[in-house]
Design a protein around this ligand. Structure first.
Ligand code: 13P
Ligand code: SF4
Length: 392
């Protein structure tokens, strides 16, 4: 996690109303030089100042379209700001209002670990031939560091988001027989399962264990004496899932689904595919943040929902749809604490600095990483569904 120095004390003395007015004033002064992007998990006090809101995919698309702005202030987390920097011209400066707004899932895959995993996997699957289906294609969820995106771009792979993971996996299987999916095992498993790949054709690579905790097959010249089928056998696997997860969506459980069914059989369960496979199996519907929003928007009055995603989005849906009954699937508050670090104080501070001619908290990806990460992101943007689709 990057270190965010404390703000000057004057920001703590301001009321919410004073900060709100000051932010609007700075936006007016900066005019078209500034674009503020806001992810749906941002708190209301911040997202109301966003020029564009969206999930990771939509914000990447909007970021890539920003040709005129000089500054993009990204109200989201670090990997999103990196993606915006990769997708925009060098002229555009991307700013993250609080540098400590990281993502615990993204931190679960480090480039050295990925390189080590790659050496192991390519050694275990040594014949990269399409016809025998052993070419490994690395796919990374955008919730990953720029270096991991660059790794994927440089090794014939791509990025995906929860809005287009299936489409990207379909593309990947036209390139080779196996996919290494980083860093979210749940999005990878839920998507691949929804495509008809059975669980016993997926293995988990745990970067904390020697050789990922996987057993490489013993290679022999005789096919009949070849490796025995095993769920730990990387050669038999179609998808190698990195052992990473989202600490927010990981809080939803099967027991919560059972409780909702018991309390109200009419209530439908709608979850994000970062939730565990068991939870997705018990849910009625699963899909990305944009999919969740669209599903609720299009539902008739009187619909009842228990939603498994970040609490700020759920609360916003509750507020926007009084004609429906909406609650969180969990009794506890599933809050993304790093998204929550972006607050009005930090937003105002970075806008104040821009008005004074100083760029603070710029997120800058080095040119070499940027070049290859862009390849992975462009492959992702070439595989977009016209509308957000269900994973289940
Ligand atoms: P999406 O924005 O792709 O739905 O992902 C949710 C998330 O966890 C973002 O960090
Ligand atoms: Fe990361 Fe999960 Fe927060 Fe998204 S919700 S930023 S995946 S920790």
């Amino acid at each position: 996690m990057l270190f965010q120095p404390p703000l000057p004390p004057k920001y703590s003395a301001l009321t919410e109303e004073e900060m709100g007015q000051a932010i609007l004033e700075r936006k007016r002064v900066l005019g078209s030089r500034l674009v503020i992007l806001g992810h749906h998990y941002q708190q209301d006090e911040v997202i109301r100042f966003a020029d564009f809101t969206g999930d990771s995919l939509k914000l990447s698309q909007i970021g890539a379209q920003q040709k005129d702005a000089e500054f993009i202030v990204f109200c989201g987390v670090h990997f999103m700001a990196e993606s915006a920097d990769i997708l925009t011209d060098d002229r555009v400066k991307v700013i993250l209002p609080d540098l400590s707004a990281g993502c615990s899932m993204a931190d679960m895959a480090e480039i050295e670990q990925v390189e080590e995993a790659w050496d192991f996997l390519t050694d275990a699957c040594p014949e990269p031939r399409r016809d025998c289906g052993v070419t490994v294609i690395p796919i990374t969820y955008v919730n990953s560091a720029a270096s991991i995106k660059a790794f994927c771009g440089g090794h014939g792979g791509a990025c995906c988001t929860s809005s287009n993971a299936r489409k990207v996996l379909e593309w990947a299987f036209t390139q080779g027989g196996k996919v290494m999916f980083l860093p979210d095992q749940h999005l990878g498993r839920n998507t691949a399962y929804g495509m008809g790949i059975p669980l016993d054709r997926m293995v988990i690579y745990d970067p904390k264990l020697p050789r990922g905790g996987l057993t490489a097959p013993i290679r022999t010249p005789s096919a009949s004496a070849g490796p025995k089928p095993s769920d730990r056998n990387v050669r038999d696997a179609k998808v190698i899932l990195w052992k990473g997860h989202c600490s927010v969506h990981g809080l939803f459980t099967e027991a919560q689904c059972d409780e909702i069914r018991r309390l109200d059989p009419e209530c439908r369960i709608l979850v994000h595919p970062e939730c565990k496979w068991e939870v997705v199996q018990k849910a009625d519907l699963a899909g990305s943040t944009e999919f969740i929003i669209r599903t609720v928007r299009e539902a008739p009055p009187g619909s009842k929902w228990a939603i498994g995603t970040e609490i700020h989005l759920i609360n916003r849906l509750v507020h926007e749809h009084p004609e429906q009954s909406i609650r969180s699937l969990a009794g506890i508050q599933c809050l993304c604490t790093t998204m929550y670090r972006i607050d009005m104080k930090h937003l105002l501070w970075c806008l104040d600095e821009l008005v004074a001619g100083r760029v603070v908290n710029q997120i800058h990806v080095d040119p070499q990483t940027k070049r290859l990460a862009l390849v992975a992101l462009q492959r992702m943007l070439a595989n977009v569904n016209p509308q957000p689709v269900a994973i289940k």
